[in-house]
Design a protein around this ligand. Structure first.
Ligand code: PRP
Ligand code: URA
Length: 210
């Protein structure tokens, strides 16, 4: 794997992923797990986030401490399934603004189609957490990153719960400046572009559409 790819190897994440994959896990628990895993991933992916010195007065003395500028963070879910990860980042940064990029995969060609894009003002200067639970062929994430770059974004991190090796490599090669965080790397894609072992269709399981 390339240098810009980070795969989580945490027992707690493994435990939650096992429940997430189970076809008998219902919509409510599925949604909660996506959120919880995202929160854990956010801690790790924030490791290199920029800190600003601030003066704080404790009950005993003045001290210089360090804070993340909350207005410097933006969350951009790829619709639909990325919506399930927004609250997970908001648990850590409740004031991060949210942009939306709508993409769907053409079921025949598997090529992504952008149908919506609404981003917060000043997005170019922010650290953008692009979120989508599934990184399959990598087409949607590659195009979403290009869409963000075309609007001036320079500091982009991609967070996905499950990645297929083909998709992760495609995004890493197309955008070597973007850090890619996946909580687990699965075996392969099947002939329909679904991740194996995977968890099925993340959007349908999150929103109960099938
Ligand atoms: C899923 C998923 C990703 C995309 C991944 O969305 O949430 O956005 O597929 O596939 P790729 O890496 O091969 O591009 P889908 O197109 O099913 O839309 P949905 O979220 O509206 O269900
Ligand atoms: N999108 C999903 O929701 N699941 C997959 O396995 C691949 C793409």
């Amino acid at each position: 794997m390339k240098d810009n790819v980070f795969v989580f190897d945490h027992p707690l994440v493994k435990h939650k992923i096992a429940i997430l994959r189970d076809k008998n896990t219902g919509m409510k628990q599925f949604r909660e797990l996506i959120e919880e895993i995202t929160t854990i991933m956010t801690y790790e992916s924030m490791r290199d986030v920029e800190l600003t010195p601030v003066e704080v007065e404790t009950p005993l003395e003045r001290t210089v401490q360090y804070k993340v500028r909350e207005e410097s963070i933006a969350i951009v879910p790829i619709l639909r399934a990325g919506l399930g990860m927004v609250n997970g980042v908001h648990k850590v940064f409740p004031t991060a603004c949210v942009g939306h990029i709508g993409m769907y995969r053409d079921e025949r060609t598997l090529e992504p189609r952008e149908y919506y894009c609404k981003l917060p003002e000043g997005i170019a200067g922010k650290t953008v957490f692009l979120v989508d639970p599934m990184l399959a062929t990598g087409g949607s994430a590659t195009d979403a990153i290009s869409a963000l770059k075309s609007r001036g974004c320079k500091n982009i991190k991609l967070m996905s719960i499950i990645g297929a090796p083909e998709g992760v490599e495609r995004v890493a090669a197309a955008h070597p400046d973007v850090k890619i965080y996946v909580s687990t790397l699965d075996r392969q894609l099947n002939e329909n572009g679904y991740i194996l072992p995977g968890l099925g269709d993340a959007g349908d399981r999150l929103f109960g559409t099938k």
